[in-house]
Design a protein around this ligand. Structure first.
Ligand SMILES: [Zn+2]
Length: 249
């Protein structure tokens, strides 16, 4: 680290849990972010500010007026622009040192598996069940840690999956794929700061994974009711019959 980096990250380096060694791990880390919307915006912005070495971002959508109420990486002049480009521009302004890979695509198939295998941590910031289950499958196969978040109406959810660790449950242990289609913001609405809270927690859990400090939300689903401001933790275990990870140790 040079003097500028020591200054830029000084408030983080002074934390004994991070220190110089932890900051160096963050600078060397590669994080894959799937979705540049309500959750992906704050997650990517905090991870860029915190000095993650490389952020690879996937989204196939363009910025729409209805996004701006909560997707804070995008600004009014960005309407019509690819979300990954708008996000790239925002992240470069926050921290030009971070390598940002802007991929305008829906990540799937072999490319999904390759990207997940190349990442130290994956953030699922998508808004549909098909993507969530596919990302989970790839993370189980590649044994890459997954930080999952969701925000709808006034309700937020976050959990962390570490498929490389023995007995660690996966997303499919928690949710069954034959369930109803994930409720989305277009149909149900979402209160703006909730996406910021959930995306920020995803960024924090990703950093803890990289630095290997604290206790992760593994086997725990953190639930926030923004109306009552009550937090709940639901504990869950690996499902031995899980179609995704049941055969994996
Ligand atoms: Zn499972």
């Amino acid at each position: 680290m040079n003097d500028q980096q020591l200054l830029r990250y000084s408030r983080q380096i002074m934390l004994p849990q991070i220190d110089i060694a932890g900051q160096q791990k963050l600078l060397n880390a590669k994080i894959l972010i799937i979705g540049a919307g309500g959750l992906g915006s704050p997650a990517a912005m905090y991870l860029a500010a915190a000095g993650i070495g490389q952020l690879s971002i996937y989204d196939d959508d363009q910025v729409d007026l209805t996004n701006l109420q909560r997707q804070i990486a995008h600004h009014t002049p960005d309407i019509g622009m690819d979300k990954v480009i708008s996000t790239l521009n925002t992240l470069k302004k926050i921290n030009p040192e971070v390598k940002v890979l802007a991929n305008k695509a829906r990540l799937q198939g072999e490319r999904l598996l390759n990207e997940v295998a190349a990442a130290d941590v994956v953030l699922d910031c998508s808004d549909n069940f098909t993507t969530r289950f596919a990302v989970n499958r790839a993370c189980v196969t590649a044994k890459t840690p997954l930080v999952s978040g969701a925000a709808i109406r006034f309700e937020g959810q976050i959990s962390v999956f570490t498929p490389g660790l023995h007995g660690s449950p996966c997303y499919n242990c928690l949710y069954q794929s034959d369930g109803e289609e994930l409720q989305n913001c277009a149909r149900n609405g979402v209160i703006a700061p909730l996406t910021g809270i959930v995306g920020s927690i995803q960024a924090l859990e990703a950093m803890k994974l990289i630095v290997q400090t604290g206790e992760l939300l593994v086997g725990r689903l953190l639930l926030l009711d923004g109306l009552t401001m009550e937090w709940q933790t639901m504990r869950f275990k690996k499902n031995p019959q899980c179609p995704t990870c049941g055969q994996v140790a």
